[in-house]
Ligand binder design. Structure first.
Ligand code: NCD
Ligand code: ZN
Length: 346
């Protein structure tokens, strides 16, 4: 029997939604994670400090009994965002980051940013106070192929922004390309990059070969195999710039299995056994704790958790449900397509 004990992990990119869906999916995260950066792309989005405080209260009210879980709130950056409101929300400790969605890039991003120039006063304030900007790093120009949108974002948006405001602390959220991993490795201490569990496991063939598989469709969309391999090397490199952000993004099955299916993979339920499997395959189990539990808090200038979690490899495969049943409807759990023998024990 093989086992590892790691500090309790955190999820640095998570969608919890609201209402019945929040109630249904929250226990899937609180079972294993101590904290999570909560994405603000609700309808309507979490834009102001007041919105974030109210959303945090709804999350806390939905916590399963006895759960010790801290939601780390974010604000959704709009062209109307007030720098003073952001600074006050950060100063009180309520908000840990601001999220940039290029308008139209992903689920509920229509209130996002069209012109970065319009939000420069907010970004300058964030650079001054050290508040991280989480970026959905894809351009939305219809001329740019969807598989190239991350690389083009880096060249045309991220790099120029960081040259203009080098003190701004930035997280490249859910990187999916070799270019993204390489940019993060070179960028220095003001930049971090989250990597999802599913992008370590699937490439674009999983979505498209042998029939379309809507539960593997997420944004940024999974790329070619060589990008998946680059992400695996990055996640298991031990470099502090890379940390776990599951981007677990629940949608009810009726909206995934649809003529215009929603983007998002729901991985909260089985992320840790899957990560142990991947890190073992890469011969890097000793680096799982850094990726899942240490690098994220270091970037966000928070202490690592002081409790631990034990992962045990057993002969029998881990059995996770195909779906979880929320009051909003069933949500399909990410299927890695292979048996996983790692189990979370405590
Ligand atoms: C996310 C969602 O559903 O909110 N979807 C996804 O495919 N990852 C949005 C996002 O993070 O892009
Ligand atoms: Zn997301």
């Amino acid at each position: 029997m093989q086992q590892i004990v790691i500090r309790r992990p955190d999820d640095w990119h998570l969608h919890l939604r609201d209402g019945a869906m929040l109630q249904g999916v929250l226990p899937e995260t609180t079972r294993h994670f101590a904290r999570a950066i909560i994405m603000p792309n609700l309808v309507p989005p979490v834009v102001t400090a007041r919105d974030a405080a109210a959303y945090r209260d709804r999350i806390l009210a939905a916590l399963p009994e006895g759960a010790a879980f801290e939601p780390l709130m974010t604000l959704y950056l709009t062209e109307g965002t007030d720098p003073a409101d952001v600074a006050a929300a950060a100063g009180s400790g309520l908000v840990k980051a601001v999220k940039l969605y290029p308008a139209g890039a992903t689920t509920n991003s229509h209130s996002g940013v069209r012109d970065l120039g319009a939000v420069m006063p907010v970004l300058e304030k964030m650079a001054e106070i050290g508040l991280p900007l989480c970026t959905h790093g894809e351009v939305t120009d219809p001329q740019v192929d969807i598989f190239d949108r991350e690389a083009v974002f880096i060249d045309t948006v991220l790099a120029p922004l960081r040259r203009r405001l080098p003190e701004l602390r930035v997280v490249m959220e859910h990187i999916t390309t070799a270019e993204g991993a390489a940019y993060a490795a070179e960028a220095g201490p003001n930049l971090g990059a989250t990597i999802t569990t599913h992008h370590l496991i699937i490439n674009r063939n999983h979505i498209l070969v042998g029939g379309i598989k809507p539960h593997y469709y997420c944004l940024p969309v999974a790329k070619r195999e060589h990008h998946r391999l680059a992400l695996r090397r990055a996640a298991t490199s031990g470099l502090p710039c890379y940390f776990l952000g599951t981007d677990s993004a629940p949608h009810v099955d009726a909206l995934k299995e649809h003529a215009c299916g929603c983007a998002g993979c729901f991985t909260a339920t089985n992320t840790l056994p899957l990560l142990a499997h991947v890190f073992e395959e890469e011969g890097a189990l000793d680096r799982l704790e850094g990726f899942a539990s240490l690098h994220g808090p270091a970037f966000y200038r928070l202490p690592a958790n002081d409790t631990t979690l034990r992962l045990v490899k057993r002969d029998e495969a881990h059995r996770f449900p195909d779906k979880i049943f929320t009051e909003a409807g069933p949500v399909t759990v990410f299927d890695p397509g292979f048996p996983v023998h790692w189990h979370v024990e405590a």
